[in-house]
Design a protein around this ligand. Structure first.
Ligand code: ADP
Ligand code: MG
Length: 426
């Protein structure tokens, strides 16, 4: 029941209340209903299956592609007094046998498995006898070839669920799901009348703006912003290492305390530059998208994109590194026509994921072209930029936010949709 769930949340996890969305998902799962939760990274998706795993009779079986993180996830569960375990190829066959035997004795509340495991007869025999309160599918978008992280091994998840003797509720979770990916998740996992919940994408303290600039005017624009408040922390994203070098050099020459980060630098230099940025010794970071994963710097006041990113997912993830502390922060996207050709070039020449057949690789390229089109649409829209982002992620957004470049009237209100189409065709 929800009282038990709230008790588990407070006593085991030490949290006073559920975040938006968590409560509804937990409640539905405990009532036996399938759910699809779409929430951004860091929103707290794990609790949506961990809490029911503890509160319900039987365990949560969690399918996750992140084999390297399972050990850490289980360790933090154990620290909280939650009985966790994982089954993947890092364990010896003997250890795997022990984990399965103990699971049959009811020793676990939450058990992580890699998707590859689901086709293994030893595992399916085990699962048929185990007391499984729910199956959680983390990173559920991996089942769809219309996304960027398609994993053929995820196609086995739906069959696995269908063959469980007492079909438990399924809790599918993802941070990115367009309508098409969402439909794939529902169909390929065999979700039954799922509660679909999309929440938490809005970041009210971020002010979005887009400026179309000649390439040669971009650096001056960035330098002007940085010098307007030299002590403030900012990130400048560039699409290539060469641009990082160029922009970094120009900013330093203009007196901006900037550092840089890209995969072409030696490991030691990357680490040192990252540290200088985190410690505010060099408050401005110029980087490729290699920078940022797992970085939690709360006082980043602006994120400027020197080039157009390839998708709204990529843009929002990178821009979202501004203002983690909740203070007003800027997300400025600079773009020029040449950026679109560069993105297109990346898509066409990318050899792609080796797991993919040529047909699948074609499908992935087609998706990425569409994602780019949506990103270009963001540059051209005359409507509220925040609304454009939220609608893209499936969250309702009406009226203007009053806080983006378009709402505050920084641009001329002309309908350039036709022009956008022409640009996409060239
Ligand atoms: P996601 O999988 O959505 O990226 P996680 O499940 O890893 O996010 O959770 C991100 C962080 O949020 C974790 O540190 C987690 O402990 C914290 N968190 C989750 N739910 C709550 C809550 N209800 N109250 C406070 N913190 C929470
Ligand atoms: Mg997660």
């Amino acid at each position: 029941t929800m009282d038990e769930a709230r008790h588990v949340l407070a006593e085991r996890f030490g949290y006073a209340s559920f975040r938006p969305g968590q409560e509804a998902l937990v409640e539905a799962v405990l009532e036996g209903r399938d759910v699809l939760g779409v929430m951004p990274t860091g929103a707290g998706k794990s609790l949506c299956y961990q809490v029911p795993g503890v509160a319900a009779h039987g365990m949560a079986l969690v399918v996750s592609p992140l084999v390297s993180l399972m050990g850490d996830q289980v360790r933090s569960l154990l620290d909280a007094g939650v009985r966790g375990a994982y089954l993947n190829s890092t364990l010896t066959p003997g250890q795997q046998g022990t984990v399965m035997r103990r699971a049959l004795e009811g020793a676990y509340d939450v058990m992580y498995v890699a998707p590859e495991r689901l086709a293994d007869p030893r595992f399916t025999d085990f699962a048929a006898q185990a007391d499984i309160a729910l199956v959680a599918v983390d990173e559920a978008h991996c089942v769809s070839q219309w996304g960027q992280d398609f994993r053929p091994s995820y196609l086995a998840v739906g069959d696995f669920i269908a063959t469980l003797p007492a079909r438990p509720p399924v809790c599918a979770l993802t941070a990115t799901a367009t309508g098409r990916v969402r439909a794939d998740i529902t169909r390929l996992l065999g979700l039954r009348d799922p509660l679909v919940l999309v929440t938490g994408f809005d970041r009210p303290n971020l002010g979005f703006a887009v400026e179309r600039l000649e390439p040669k005017r971009k650096i001056a624009r960035i330098a002007a912003r940085a010098l307007a408040s030299p002590a403030e922390s900012g990130i400048v994203y560039c699409s290539t290492r060469k641009d990082v070098e160029r922009v970094h050099e120009a900013l330093v020459a203009a007196g901006v305390p900037a550092t840089r980060y890209h995969a072409g630098l030696a490991k030691e230099e990357r680490a040192a530059n990252q540290r200088a940025f985190i410690d505010d010794d060099a408050p401005v970071m110029v980087a490729t998208n290699a920078f940022g994963m797992g970085i939690d710097k709360s006082n980043v006041r602006y994120v400027i994109h020197h080039n157009l990113p390839g998708s709204m997912e990529a843009y929002y993830q990178e821009a979202g590194r501004a203002g983690r502390d909740g203070e007003p922060s800027e997300c400025l996207l600079l773009w020029s026509d040449g950026d679109i050709s560069t993105c297109r070039f990346f898509i066409e020449q990318e050899s792609g994921n080796e797991e993919l057949t040529p047909e699948e690789a074609d499908a992935v390229r087609a998706t990425r072209r569409r994602m780019l089109e949506t990103m270009v649409g963001y540059c051209y829209t005359v409507d509220c930029l925040r609304g454009y982002i939220l609608r893209y992620f499936g969250e309702p957004a009406e009226g203007g936010c009053g806080n983006c470049g378009n709402c505050t009237g920084g641009v001329e209100a002309v309908d350039v949709t036709a022009e956008a189409r022409a640009v996409m065709r060239c």
